[in-house]
Design a protein around this ligand. Sequence first.
Ligand SMILES: NC(=O)c1ccc[n+]([C@@H]2O[C@H](COP(=O)([O-])OP(=O)(O)OC[C@H]3O[C@@H](n4cnc5c(N)ncnc54)[C@H](O)[C@@H]3O)[C@@H](O)[C@H]2O)c1
Length: 270
Amino acid sequence: MKEFLQIGVVGTGAIGRTHIERINQTLQGAKVVACADANIDFCKSIAQKYNLKAFATGEEMITANEIDAVVVTTLDPFHEEYVMAAIKAGKFVFCEKPLAPEAKACKRIVDAEIAGGKQLVQVGFMRRYDPGYGQLKKLITSGKYGATLMLHCAHRNPTAPGFTTDMPVENSMIHEIDVLRWLIGENYASAEVVFPKTTKFADGDLKDPQIMYLTTESGIRIDVESFVNCQYGYDIKCEVVCEKGVLNLPEPANAMVRSDAARITPICKD
Ligand SMILES: NC(=O)c1ccc[n+]([C@@H]2O[C@H](COP(=O)([O-])OP(=O)(O)OC[C@H]3O[C@@H](n4cnc5c(N)ncnc54)[C@H](O)[C@@H]3O)[C@@H](O)[C@H]2O)c1
């Protein structure tokens, strides 16, 4: 029996490297031993830095005997081909969100996994594991505050180079689509996206900000603001309005500084 699970990462960009570091420095029972990336020279430099084997292609890495499980951290449109390759090889695969940018691609993956007869795929929706959302869920399910009526949410990033108008839903608010359904324990009945006045900081034709309205089966109304060029920082808000109270997602624990006639609490950049 192997001492640890041998993992291959395809996509050695920002989040790919975060996964490599977390798995190899924090997790027990697993090690990233290989990587692949469309940018081969870059992949080789990452392989050297973390002492991994660089494969010429993601497919070669996924089918290699020494690889037990796969992490997919390429750009969104390329998740499907690698997740499908992992399912075909019968290997467990963790895929960063979104599973794929289009619903029909996600359905192809789900169908392939079901046809294979084994649950192999996990998607990187991490907010369900965030202690703040966990606290909100406990408060909601306690029943103490009555029924949930409305949610007001915001998802802001300082800048988003290369974003197109479909990406705030597919890449950013996909987190809210996932976590809010889990939070309130209800499916959505309808969805709509509206476009307020666009910021001058939006790239090209990007419409930014956007507001997504979701209505659940029992009529809970949710608004989510996505503002991916807000300039000031990475800022996530979630306010749950109930019959007998209003519940707010906690702010990240950053120390407040009093200086220069101001009270300042730093906001994360990413
Ligand atoms: N869960 C989260 O909160 C979270 C946070 C950040 C990013 N992500 C997701 O992670 C993924 C990667 O994001 P990132 O910020 O690391 O992007 P990035 O641009 O830093 O890295 C993407 C990497 O994928 C490689 N790549 C592109 N096409 C490829 C292909 N066809 N085959 C192999 N490699 C290919 C690129 O060369 C690059 O190295 C995205 O899907 C993003 O949505 C999730």
